[in-house]
Design a protein around this ligand. Structure first.
Ligand code: M6R
Length: 615
């Protein structure tokens, strides 16, 4: 939940680390700090606030010279966001400096032990305990920094991605990971360290993603060696060639990443099925599925685990799998699943959905399912992410980097990939006729154009946003395939505008939430044709009789809802099970415009972070 960056080489380190922190700010943005060795001394600056605040403070306070530096952008776990708790942290001697993403769970007993040995602490963080533990080991055992880090880490319980260096030996940085991501960019006599590869894209395309339980000492003019932390054995690291480019991680003329990512959806969805679906020939080819099709065919049930928006995509997938492949599906919050002693059969298939591929609860659910012998399949966006490597097989969404904290294109591409899987499974199980299979494929092929058409309602949606921006509450209703979309619409509004919103199955409204409805209450109702259209129209009548304000998401050309609702937003017609790919779009735009009008930080909403690598 924090971002870490480091550089060691022949270039000026400061701009690399500073820009890297700006790119990693999606991981946490309540405080930031940098330490630089300027050739003579170790300089540092840290502050509560965002990386721009650090930049102003740092450039006024210290020299930015030097070719080795580490930096951190924080999402607080231990200790409130303030200057003292910000990283980097220093050992008592001032020699060792560390940045850390993760949680050292046994920091209390370690801290007590260190206190008993005369150490003192400035901050409330677990990280300061770790750096002093490393110093203590280094002194006691008379070992080099790399060895001291290894011994210290073997005494910890928890998760970490760390970078640490010694001001007395400023030609090496020791890095290690367990449960938090860490990428090393390999250049010519230079190394870049970061939570993901975005900070070093313009310098090198060669990256090593450390695996859990691995560490490395990176030195200038020396080959890097990767070792296992627990037994010191050497590992042959895989150098991956990065496919990402700079353009993908910049705003490209949009005011916010979220808006850019909303508009990227036609291309992102196309990229998701490109090379996997030949609509005219009625073919789906997905190695991750085809190579393990027996596991899917023989599955007694499919379990889906995820969090947040990815969980909503899982709920849509439940409807789609059951409809097409006639296999029972259960969708679980990963955070609940992992702690409730679930019954998992070795004939179950577990699908883990995660944009970042780093969500700690989803990762823990995967490990649990693997222990029970289930086959585990990942649906991730970030290539090379921890979840994509922990699962037996998987399919990437290929949505491109999603930087806005509020997930948009991740959701629609997750649904796309899951629909492809459901269709392939339905075909292999003989649950779908050839002509229906063709029909679905052709329709999926047309979805990017239809999403583009849905996006043309943007200005109309902006006007509706202006009417409802001051609402205190908002209800989102949907049925069937669009019930999860109602949940997702409510989540989008909550997380970026801080307006309380709830998603509900439309028919459940009369079992409680209808009591909330009065003339102040905007109710967004997804009422596309087919499915439960007539039932939803009746639900709309019920809201209207209680003076609620109705915003209908309707199929193009709809008349009935238009006659009842205060506003309608049209989406193109499609097959019912694909409607979530279209109905989601106006809800994303509505929440976006409301948040902009309320002057909220759309891309970095308060208290949130893009990647939740803590429980
Ligand atoms: O990276 P993941 O898909 O595993 O993340 C899961 C949730 O943390 C994420 O979807 C979160 O709910 C977003 N802020 C929603 O917009």
């Amino acid at each position: 939940m924090c971002g870490i960056v480091g550089y060691i080489g022949h270039r000026k380190a400061y701009p690399i680390v500073l820009n890297g922190l700006k790119r990693l700010e999606y991981r946490g943005y309540d405080s930031a700090g940098i330490a630089i060795y300027d050739g003579k001394e170790l300089k540092f600056s840290k502050t509560k606030g965002k990386v721009v605040d650090l930049e102003k403070k740092l450039e006024a306070e210290i020299s930015t010279e030097g070719t080795i530096a580490i930096g951190h952008t924080r999402w607080a776990t231990h200790g409130v966001p303030n200057d003292i708790n910000s990283h980097p942290h220093f050992s008592n001697s001032g020699d060792l400096v560390i940045i850390h993403n993760g949680i050292i769970e046994n920091y209390e007993p370690l801290k007590q032990e260190l206190k008993n040995r005369g150490y003192s602490f400035q901050s409330d963080t677990d990280t300061e305990v770790l750096v002093n533990l490393i110093e203590d080991v280094k002194k006691k055992e008379k070992v080099k920094l790399g060895k001291a880090v290894q011994i210290a880490l073997n005494q910890t319980i928890g998760a970490y991605a760390i970078a640490v260096f010694d001001r007395k030996k400023p030609n090496e940085i020791v890095v290690a990971r367990l449960g938090s991501p860490l990428a090393i960019g390999v250049g010519e006599n230079e190394y870049f360290i970061a939570s993901d590869a975005s900070p070093f894209l313009e310098y090198t395309k060669n990256a090593i993603y450390l695996e859990d339980g691995e560490m490395a000492v990176v030195r200038t003019h020396k080959d890097m060696k990767v070792r296992k932390i627990h037994d010191d054995s050497l590992v042959d690291p895989y150098v991956q060639e990065l496919q990402m480019n700079l353009e993908q991680i910049e705003k490209g003329g949009y005011d916010h990443f979220m808006l850019k990512e909303i508009y990227e959806q036609p291309d992102a969805i196309r990229d998701t099925f490109r090379g996997r679906m030949l609509a005219d020939q009625g073919i789906i080819k997905m190695a991750g599925i085809d190579d393990h099709i027996d596991k899917f065919i023989n599955a007694k049930r499919i379990l889906i685990v995820a969090c947040g928006t990815s969980w909503h995509a899982g709920l849509v997938a439940e409807y789609v799998f059951e409809e097409l492949a006639r296999v029972p599906v259960e969708v679980e919050y990963a955070s609940e699943f992992r702690y409730r002693n679930p019954v998992i059969d070795k004939e179950d298939v577990l699908i883990a959905i995660s944009q970042s591929g780093e969500t700690a609860d989803t990762m823990a659910a995967i490990k649990l399912a693997k222990e029970s012998g289930a086959f585990v399949f990942g649906v991730c966006n970030v290539v090379g992410s921890s979840i994509s490597r922990e699962t037996h097989a998987g399919a990437y969404t290929h949505a491109g980097p999603e930087i806005g904290v509020a997930s948009t294109k991740a959701f629609t591409t997750q649904i796309t990939v899951l629909t492809l899987i459901a269709l392939q499974l339905a075909k292999k199980k003989g649950k779908i006729s050839t002509s229906d299979f063709y029909t679905y494929l052709r329709e999926l092929d047309s979805i990017p154009e239809k999403v583009a058409e849905a996006l043309t309602s943007n200005e109309h949606i902006e006007k509706i946003a202006a009417i409802y921006k001051d609402a205190k509450n908002c209800l989102y209703l949907g049925r069937g395939f669009n019930f999860p979309v109602a949940l997702e619409g409510a989540l989008k509004l909550k997380e970026i505008s801080y307006i309380h919103a709830e998603g509900y199955p439309a028919a459940e409204m009369k079992h409680g939430p209808i009591a909330l409805i009065d003339e102040q209450m905007p109710v967004v109702v997804i009422a596309t044709k087919k499915g439960h259209y007539e039932k939803v129209v009746s639900n709309i009548q019920e809201i209207k009789s209680r003076s609620g304000k109705i915003i209908g998401i309707v199929t193009k050309g709809d008349v009935d809802v238009k006659n009842l609702a205060d506003h309608v937003i049209e989406v193109p017609e499609t097959i019912e099970l694909m409607t979530p790919l279209l109905t989601t779009i106006p809800l994303q735009l509505l929440s976006y415009h409301i948040a902009v009008m309320l002057d909220k930080n759309v891309d970095q909403p308060r208290n949130l972070a893009k990647s939740v690598t803590v429980e």
